[in-house]
Design a protein around this ligand. Structure first.
Ligand SMILES: [Zn+2]
Length: 462
């Protein structure tokens, strides 16, 4: 049965619709903590009905009643991508349910093997509310203002699972969200811009790369009536120069929303400061070092996520988001309650190495690529791949958009920007070879290093 026709479900959603969206504003830290503890006990109880978790916890000798509060979490083993890979789909959901009760969402394969989890309708709607409430803090009303969301609607992605297979097929919900326009980030930026021009949204949420391309188009005279009051960027870290470029081009403010396929939205940038507010009513984060100990405030650590809602695959002390993130434990003057993130360094698994033993994360490279947008004002590079062959040699493959080949700066100028940028990061002696390819393999990581880190004395991050 379609859960949207189920009165009990509608009542639950109705409550979410009315209250949850502003929960982080209403709750004191103490009340939020007790909500977290209550939700955690619920999730633990559910995990014991899920074969994978039951098996892992039994092996570790963990009983349901061992976990009463968030501070008990550290008693639980860390759940990895391998744990998921070793279990069949029906072992990832409560044993009294079937796969057909859920929507399957898969993580993208960019950092390795893809992984599938199962979510229920309530999770889908709550995830969307989590996203929408971020704009409330920026004085945009998700009920009155027009909203354009540029999602990744490739068949395997979370958005497709969450939105197309979950929400949109239902006409009633299409109606509730009639002020929302859904666009696909896999479309050409020109098409996305044309749709935005027709809809004229007050808010645009999209991936960093697409937003950069749209800004380039805007400068070229496209999208005259695209004048959002606010833009949210997700999916990649926003380089400060690129952020400035998008803000100036659209004459608006840009903020970041941080999330992951497995969890939905995780945190968003505070309207009054650079820090990020964790959606502590929806999930709890831990930040650990190499040996599993919590890192101090403002220090980068590996992220562990515990999701505090949903009836599908539980996410408890899950380490496979693979981001390096620094918490903030000092107080922050603000009317939003919950925990804080000081800095998001980005994907941990995508890393290159420098001769001096410093790790160069993908986020650090994005500051080179974004120069094409804000310096050269071109979006003719449609795809690219970086291969670090050894400590002295870097190869860059690019796919050029044929429609734009003869417009704007030459390919040679683009290659010079890359070469300069990589030499700044890796040192002047590094050889950087750039060349054109017809296409790049989408199933492989876009950034690959053939350097064996065990031959280096690793001294930290660039
Ligand atoms: Zn704040």
């Amino acid at each position: 049965m379609n859960p949207f026709f189920n009165p009990a479900f509608l009542f639950r959603i109705g409550k979410g619709y009315m209250f949850d969206i502003s929960r982080l504003h209403r709750l004191s830290d103490n009340k939020l903590r007790s909500l977290q503890n209550k939700q955690l006990r619920k999730m633990i109880k559910r995990a014991f009905t899920v074969p994978m978790y039951r098996e892992i916890y039994k092996k570790e000798g963990i009983e349901k009643q061992d976990i009463q509060t968030i501070s008990d979490l550290e008693k639980l083993p860390i759940i990895t991508k391998e744990d998921f890979a070793q279990h069949k789909p029906n072992e990832l959901i409560p044993s009294n349910k079937t796969i057909n009760d859920f929507v399957k969402v898969s993580t993208s394969g960019t950092t390795g093997k893809s992984l599938s989890i199962y979510v229920d309708m309530y999770e889908i709607v709550m995830g969307l509310f989590g996203y929408l409430r971020t704009i409330n803090d920026y004085n945009i009303s998700w009920r009155k203002d027009k909203i354009s969301i540029i999602g990744d609607f490739a068949p395997h992605t979370a958005e497709t699972g969450y939105v197309k297979r979950g929400l949109l097929p239902n006409t009633m919900f299409g109606n509730v969200f009639k002020t929302i326009q859904w666009l696909d980030t896999n479309s050409k930026p020109e098409e996305v811009m044309a749709d935005l021009e027709k809809f004229r949204p007050q808010f645009i949420g999209g991936y960093t790369g697409m937003l950069g391309h749209l800004a380039v188009l805007k400068i070229q005279g496209y999208g005259k009536h695209v004048q959002p009051k606010l833009i949210a960027s997700t999916g990649a870290l926003l380089d400060p120069n690129l952020k400035k470029f998008i803000e100036e081009t659209f004459e608006t403010k840009v903020f970041e929303v941080y999330g992951a396929t497995e969890t939905g939205p995780i945190a968003y940038q505070c309207a009054n400061a650079g820090v990020y507010h964790i959606m502590s009513d929806l999930l709890h984060l831990e930040f650990i070092d190499e040996i599993g100990k919590p890192v101090p405030s403002k220090n980068g650590g590996h992220l562990l996520v515990t999701k505090l809602f949903g009836g599908g695959t539980p996410i408890l002390r899950y380490n496979a988001i693979n981001d390096i993130v620094a918490p903030l434990y000092e107080p922050h003057q603000c009317n939003v309650s919950g925990d804080l993130i000081f800095k998001i360094y980005g994907r941990d698994k995508i890393r290159l190495f420098r001769k001096d033993g410093k790790i160069v994360l993908a986020s650090s490279l994005s500051s080179i690529f974004s120069r094409l947008l804000y310096e050269l004002k071109t979006s003719k590079i449609r795809e690219m791949k970086v291969i670090q062959k050894n400590l002295d040699e870097i190869e860059i493959q690019v796919v050029i958009d044929e429609d734009l080949r003869d417009i704007g700066p030459s390919i040679n100028e683009i290659f010079q920007v890359f070469e300069k940028g990589f030499k700044e990061k890796f040192g002047n002696t590094v050889s950087v070879s750039c060349h054109e390819v017809k296409k790049v393999n989408r199933d492989e990581p876009r950034i690959i290093s053939n350097v064996d880190p065990s031959t280096l004395k690793i001294t930290g991050y660039v």
